[in-house]
Structures are given as structure tokens and as C-alpha cells.
Design a protein around this ligand. Structure first.
Ligand code: ADP
Ligand code: MG
Ligand code: ZN
Length: 620
């Protein structure tokens, strides 16, 4: 990472390492020293010692806990020679020694004992302290959290001269960049905005799948504006002790305000910001709720004119966030950070390829073409994998061949996480989306088709067709609704026409088509058979009983059957209509799908001119 972390406590790190080394040494000594001492004088079996005592050969004895040292009368041994034996728990020994007139004492050899005592009392705490310091010096992890309860663990990144991250380090997310440029302006010259009374936004939510560069963008905003960057992850807030999360939030904002203007970045906002109501009847997670409340309080706290602190947050699940977070004055801005398209991927590859030596044959565009669905992080990983392979093959630079192999590896990894489509799937999705677009262009009530894409988007959809209404519509007639249903079925119909089989990819389309048809019959009174009656009670789900699963008003069995058959009729008619459109425009379907497979996205004028060639159905 190109950002420099502010050195935490460098002295601690050195002291910790010294302590660790010293305590390690002591530990070793502790283990071996007694052994060293014991091996000094000649060892004698205890039985022989007793025998010698009984024979009256022993002159002096020193009884220690682990060792008995003794001397023998000079006529039997060298003068001053010390023998040693290992004692057995023997209460008779003093009596025996006294009987034999041996001079004895219980003083253990002093040199040995004070030292071992010292070792056993002093070393363990030293080791403990050493390890402790080591963790602290390592920064954040380890036991520190448990001690300094409530202290924010926010890492402060300060832009360093050499290692500044800027927008130039981020590619393929142009819309997001455009929106964030504004935030940079707020941070750089807040006065310009506050002078005319404009309220500077407090919170910006970056929404997108993992690895698309949300963290990177947040750092780039700080880098561009030249302000400090506080970062903390939502999951770090919620841990260990109740009440810690909220005091961490308070602490974090306190620190931030001192350094304003600055950026506070909260990663994984969903970890604290889960909707409070989604906990159902069982009450919430109190800790998380307190943390969330504290966050809301802090965000409301710094008013206009105050220090400029802008909170950036990232999530890949915006739909589960508590609505309170998204209110004006909080995270009222949302920036979509989506997976890059073909040209975006090429640009990202270019950025990361600068860090490695490239061979002459490398074609980044070709690599980008082969990596649909890859997020920025996957591409960064790909470049690194390729470089590793090149090094393993003893090459001077990374070759196209290495990239080809690396793609296979990365794809294999990603496929486990089911985020990358294989070629066949990609083809099916392409025809599917073109099907939606072509049917949608002929039927009314849909708005204009503005974009088709086969880049997986968000978590669920494999591809998508974007339709924008040409004007605000409040009323829809029956034809328009039927047109919408046909468009929803267009994807599945294309699969049927082209592949003569259907996949599971259309389930959401079918659900929406069926819902719409059902509303036509039961709410809008558009069925001739059932007449202008409302068979559906309000939209809200019922809480009690099993009404929730069937919110219709109580109807007779006959009416229920009639509703079902009417809904079915509407859907099937729309299906036929979609199939007919696609069959009669089969060549165009092929042409557009082939092009979509190539470029992955078709939009704007180009798309309009292609879709204008769709011929209306002729009944021949
Ligand atoms: P996120 O926070 O969205 O999960 P990150 O910002 O942590 O993703 O991305 C991880 C790494 O992947 C980045 O440090 C960078 O090297 C690379 N990366 C991701 N997106 C991009 C991008 N759009 N442009 C360049 N590099 C990217
Ligand atoms: Mg991230
Ligand atoms: Zn679809």
C-alpha cells in the first residue's frame, strides 16, 4: 500500500524486541543452569553415600533440596574433593549423620539457589511483559484492545510526500470519481461553500461489491485534498465489551475534530448500521444499536461552521442499512462503485502493470477482454500472479503467456465464490439481456432502453438492462402494463428462441411479471372476466395469522380459480408476444448479442440505433 502509516510508538517496538530477546535468553538459562551446576562434583549413588556414612568415612555434609554435597575424611580421598548425590526423601538421614558424628548443615549451596530463585520469580513476568509490548508495538491487535477499553483503534493515515494516493491510482470507476471530486473541493476550500450558506455534506456512502476500490477511493479523496485520513472498520467497533463501540465512536470523532479538515472512513458500515427493525421481535443487538446511535449523534453533532469532517463509509449491502443512516445530514449521498467495464479493466491493468516489468508481447486490452466480472482487486491480484509465474519461469519480464495462466488461476479462485461467469454463461446472459432490450424497445410503457450490460452487477444480477422513463408517468394503461410484462419475459424468451432451453437466471423476471399481472387482475380491475373489483386488500403485509402470504381479500374458491387463470392468461399472452418479436427479428438478435459479447456494454446512441431496427410483429 502506498500510504504511509503514522509511526505508532517506535520506541516501544525497540524496547519490546530487546525485552523479548532478553527474556528468551533467561528462559534458556533457567532451563540449563541447574544442570550445569549439578555436573560439577562427582556424582555418587545415594546408596553408596549411605554406606559411606555408616562406614564413618564421611566428614561433612551439606543437605540441599535437590542435592547433597559431602566430603570424605582425607585418608580416603583427595583433600577438599566434593562428592555429590541426589537425595531421597529420608527422615532418618539427620539421625544417622548425628550418630556417626558427621558435621552437617541444611544450607544449600548459596550460589546456585539465589540465582534459580531469581530466575523463577523474575523471568516469567518479564517474558509476559515482553510479549505484551510486542503486541502493542505490532499495532492495534492483541491484548491492547482489552486494556485500553474504548480507545479508538482508528488508524491515522497521513499523506506522505512520496506515498500519496490520488485519483490517478484509481481507474474504471469514473462516475464515482466525478462525484468525489466535489468532496475534495469541500475539504480544500470549505469557506467557499459556507460563505454562501451552503451546507457541506457530512456523509458519503460508497456502495459496491468487494474489491472495487472503495477503500482506495476514500484514501484518494484524502490524498487529493491533502487532509488526514482516519480509518476504522465497522466490525472493529463491535467487539469484546458492551458499551465499547459507542465510546470508540465518540473517541474517533474527538480525534478527528482536532485534526479537521479531515476524513473519517468507516469500512463495513453494515456491521454497525444494520437496520434496527430487521431484528424482528427478539430485540436488537444492544451493543450494535448503541454504537449506531452514537454514530448518528456524532454525525448530527458537527454542524455547519464547525470543523470540516467528512465521513466516508463503505458497504456492499446498502439495502440492510438502517434508514436513519441515510437521512439528510447523514449519509445522504450515495456513490456507486461498480465492477469495471472492458475499458475500465484495461485502465486498471495499466495502473498495476506499472509495478512490474512487462514483456514486449503483453496486450493489456486482450487481458481485459478475457476478464469480465473481475473487480479492481482481482485485477491487481492477477498482475501479481502473472509476475510470480514469470519469476518462477526465470523470465526477465512478464509475458502474455504468464497472464493467460494467471487468469486461469484467479478465475478458478473466483468461481468458487461464484462471481465470474464462464463463456457459455456469458453467452446466455448476453442473449437474455438483448431479449429484454428488443422486446422493451417495441412495447410501450417501459421507457427507453438506455444500456445493456453483461458485467455482473451487485450481488445477484448477472447482467442488466437499464430502462429510463422518458417522462414522469402516473397512469399506465392495460397495453403498457402488458408491454412491461412482455419485456420482463423477453430475457427468458430469447433463451428459448436461441438455445431452445431455459436457465434459472430468469426467476426474478418471472416473479416480477407474475406480480404485475396479478395486480392488473386483483387491484386495477383490468380483467374482463373478474370485472372492476379490487380483490386485494392494502399493500402492507399482515402481521398475524397466515394472511401475510396471501393478502387477497377473502374470495370464493371459484373467484380464486378465475384470478389464477386470468393471471396466467396475461403472462402467457405476453410471453407469446415476446417470443414472436424475437423470432421475427432473429438476425438482429444475433447481431446485437454478438456485439454485446464483444464490448460487454452497449449504451446511448449506439444502442438506440441498433434497437430502432427492431421490426414490429407482422401477422402473416
Ligand atoms: P474495496 O474497499 O472496494 O473492497 P479496495 O479499495 O480495498 O476495495 O481494493 C483493494 C485493492 O485492489 C486496492 O488497493 C487496489 O490495489 C486494487 N483496486 C481495486 N479497485 C481498483 C481500481 N478501481 N483501480 C485501481 N486499483 C484498484
Ligand atoms: Mg475495502
Ligand atoms: Zn432478465
Amino acid at each position: 500500500m502506498a500510504i504511509k502509516e503514522q509511526p505508532k510508538q517506535p520506541r516501544f517496538r525497540i524496547i519490546a524486541n530487546i525485552l523479548l530477546a532478553v527474556s528468551g535468553l533467561f528462559l534458556l538459562l533457567n532451563l540449563f543452569l541447574p544442570g550445569l551446576f549439578a555436573s560439577g562434583p562427582a556424582g555418587v549413588p545415594y546408596s553408596l553415600f549411605i554406606h559411606q556414612v555408616q562406614e564413618g568415612e564421611v566428614s561433612r555434609v551439606s543437605v540441599g533440596q535437590n542435592q547433597i554435597l559431602y566430603q570424605i575424611k582425607t585418608e580416603n580421598a583427595e583433600p577438599g574433593q566434593v562428592f555429590t548425590t541426589t537425595p531421597i526423601f529420608d527422615l532418618e538421614l539427620p539421625k544417622l549423620l548425628e550418630q556417626k558424628g558427621v558435621e552437617f548443615a541444611a544450607t544449600p549451596p548459596p550460589k546456585n539457589t539465589w540465582f534459580t530463585t531469581l530466575l523463577s520469580w523474575v523471568i516469567p513476568p518479564l517474558i509476559f511483559i515482553g510479549i505484551w509490548q510486542f503486541f502493542i508495538a505490532r499495532g492495534g491487535g492483541g491484548p491492547q484492545g482489552a486494556l485500553s477499553i474504548g480507545k479508538s483503534k482508528a488508524k491515522v493515515y497521513v499523506e506522505g510526500e512520496s506515498a500519496k494516493i490520488t485519483f490517478a491510482d484509481v481507474a474504471g470507476v469514473e462516475e464515482a470519481k466525478t462525484e468525489l471530486v466535489e468532496i475534495v473541493d469541500f475539504l480544500k476550500t470549505p469557506a467557499r461553500f459556507t460563505q454562501i450558506g451552503a451546507r457541506i455534506p457530512k456523509g458519503v456512502l460508497l456502495v459496491g461489491p468487494p474489491g472495487t476500490g472503495k477503500t482506495l477511493l476514500a484514501k484518494a479523496v484524502a490524498g487529493e485534498a491533502g487532509v488526514p485520513f482516519f480509518s476504522i472498520s465497522g466490525s472493529e467497533f463491535v467487539e469484546l465489551f458492551v458499551g465499547v463501540g459507542s465510546s470508540r465512536v465518540r473517541d474517533l470523532f474527538e480525534q478527528a475534530k482536532k485534526q479537521a479538515p479531515c476524513i473519517v472512513f468507516i469500512d463495513e458500515l453494515d456491521a454497525i448500521g444494520k437496520s434496527r427493525s430487521s431484528n424482528g421481535f427478539y430485540g436488537g443487538n444492544d451493543e450494535r444499536e448503541q454504537t449506531l446511535n452514537q454514530l448518528l449523534t456524532e454525525m448530527d453533532g458537527f454542524a455547519a461552521g464547525d470543523a470540516t469532517v467528512i465521513v466516508l463509509a463503505a458497504t456492499n449491502r446498502p439495502e440492510i442499512l438502517d434508514p436513519a443512516l441515510l437521512r439528510p445530514g447523514r449519509f445522504d449521498r450515495q456513490v456507486l462503485v461498480d465492477r469495471p467495464d472492458l475499458s475500465g479493466r484495461e485502465a486498471i491493468l495499466k495502473i498495476h502493470a506499472q509495478k512490474v516489468k512487462l514483456g514486449d508481447d503483453v496486450d493489456l486490452k486482450a487481458i481485459a477482454t478475457r476478464t469480465p466480472g473481475f473487480a479492481g482487486a482481482d485485477l491487481a491480484n492477477l498482475v501479481n500472479e502473472a509476475a510470480l509465474l514469470a519469476a518462477r519461469n526465470h523470465r526477465q519480464g512478464v509475458a502474455q503467456e504468464d497472464f493467460a495462466e494467471a487468469i486461469e488461476r484467479v478465475v478458478a479462485g473466483l468461481e468458487k465464490k461464484s462471481r465470474v461467469m464462464n463463456e457459455t454463461e456469458k453467452k446466455i446472459v448476453a442473449y437474455h439481456e438483448v431479449g429484454h432490450a428488443m422486446v422493451g424497445s417495441l412495447t410501450t410503457g417501459n421507457g427507453r432502453v438506455e444500456k445493456i450490460s453483461i458485467i455482473p452487477r451487485g450481488m445477484a444480477a448477472l447482467g442488466y438492462t437499464l430502462q429510463l422513463p422518458t417522462e414522469d408517468r402516473f397512469l399506465m394503461n392495460e397495453t403498457e402494463l402488458r408491454g412491461q410484462i412482455a419485456t420482463l419475459l423477453g430475457g427468458r424468451s430469447a433463451e428459448e428462441v436461441v438455445f431452445n432451453s431455459i436457465t434459472t437466471g430468469a426467476s426474478n423476471d418471472l416473479q416480477r411479471a407474475t406480480d404485475l399481472a396479478e395486480r392488473m387482475v386483483t387491484t386495477y380491475g383490468m380483467s374482463k372476466v373478474l370485472g372492476p373489483l379490487a380483490y386485494q386488500q392494502g399493500q402492507q403485509a399482515m402481521f398475524l395469522g397466515n394472511g401475510a402470504s396471501n393478502p387477497r381479500r377473502a374470495v370464493s374458491e371459484d373467484t380464486a380459480k378465475a384470478i389464477d387463470s386470468e393471471v396466467k392468461e396475461i403472462v402467457e399472452t405476453a410471453h407469446e408476444q415476446a417470443l414472436e418479436i424475437l423470432r421475427q427479428n432473429r438476425d438482429l438478435l444475433e447481431a446485437i448479442a454478438t456485439q454485446l459479447l464483444e464490448t460487454e456494454v452497449i449504451e446511448g446512441e449506439k444502442l438506440h440505433s441498433l434497437l430502432s431496427q427492431v421490426k414490429p410483429v407482422t401477422n402473416s
